[in-house]
Design a protein around this ligand. Structure first.
Ligand code: COA
Length: 255
């Protein structure tokens, strides 16, 4: 895994330079998170595609302020993809990152040949207790986010993510969750005309499988992978199963 930067956005990639003939998976993390979420994908999928996991503005490898709206994050990601010259980009996002991926697919038809949506939804209302908790006691909020994972997940797998999330400021995390709270593209899914993989975790309490059912029904060329014993952080909780689903999708949809 290598660490690089383009257009002020830091990212980790599986191979460099990017292969111009292969699709490029653009991995987009969730609220208050970082590219550390995708450590189980960046190298493991590098024999199948270019893999690029970025830190959204405001944290980790990407300094500066965060943002408070998904369309703003989507614009920053598109500028990054263009600056990088990423061949055949395929947005692959979790939660907030899934919202960003959806926004990109909706607003730039023809620009992306496929998309991957993991633990996310077409609407991402946030529990008021989460928004209040970040502002009242950020340390307690961070500790409480353990509930994002399945109770059956080995907590050691989550440690790098929890440590990385603790480096994200409360202000940036709050902006991320506010961006989710305002997101609603439920009426627009019919506009998407490219293959989309929808991945849900059986035990996801933050974006329950019902949200994935809605995506699967509303997106014309959707495929579904439902991961057993996984919560909201499926790529870290069940990397082998998630990677298999992504590889099979790439084989079928973007050969
Ligand atoms: N896909 C499909 N259905 C959805 C949906 C989505 N993305 N988002 C909401 N809905 C459904 C809800 O299940 C609900 O259905 P119901 O009336 O049959 O129960 C209905 O639409 C309205 O839900 P919602 O807009 O979320 O408003 P609410 O006032 O009922 O609930 C919350 C608000 C915050 C309690 C709720 O959205 C929630 O529990 N969210 C998940 C927890 C969270 O904070 N996640 C973080 C996401 S980043």
């Amino acid at each position: 895994m290598e660490t690089r930067e383009a257009n002020g956005i830091g990212f980790r990639c599986g191979t460099w330079p990017l292969d111009p003939t292969r699709p490029t998976l653009i991995f987009l993390h969730g609220s208050g998170g970082s590219s550390v979420l995708w450590h189980g994908q960046v190298d493991a999928l590098a024999d199948r595609a270019n893999t690029v996991a970025l830190d959204l503005p405001g944290r980790g490898l990407s300094p500066g302020p965060g943002m408070r709206a998904i369309p703003d994050y989507a614009r920053a990601v598109l500028e990054f993809v263009d600056a990088l010259g990423a061949p055949r980009p395929i947005p692959c996002g979790l939660s907030l990152g899934g919202g960003i991926a959806l926004q990109l697919l909706l607003d730039h038809p023809g620009r992306f040949e496929a998309g991957i949506l993991i633990g996310t939804g077409a609407r991402l209302r946030v529990l008021p207790a989460i928004l209040e908790g970040i502002q009242r006691d950020y340390a307690a909020h961070l500790a409480g986010m353990d509930m994002a994972a399945s109770p059956r997940t080995d907590r050691a797998l989550l440690r790098p993510i929890m440590e990385s999330n603790a480096q994200c400021s409360a202000e940036v995390a709050l902006g991320d969750f506010l961006a989710c709270d305002a997101f609603d593209v439920m009426q627009r899914l019919g506009e998407i005309d490219v293959p989309v993989l929808v991945v849900s975790g059986e035990d996801d309490r933050l974006t329950p499988p019902k949200y994935a059912d809605f995506l699967e029904k509303g997106i014309r060329h959707a495929r579904r992978a439902h991961i057993a014993d996984a919560g909201h952080l499926a790529p870290a909780e069940r990397p082998a199963e998630v990677n298999r689903a992504i590889a099979e999708f790439l084989d079928a949809a973007v050969p």
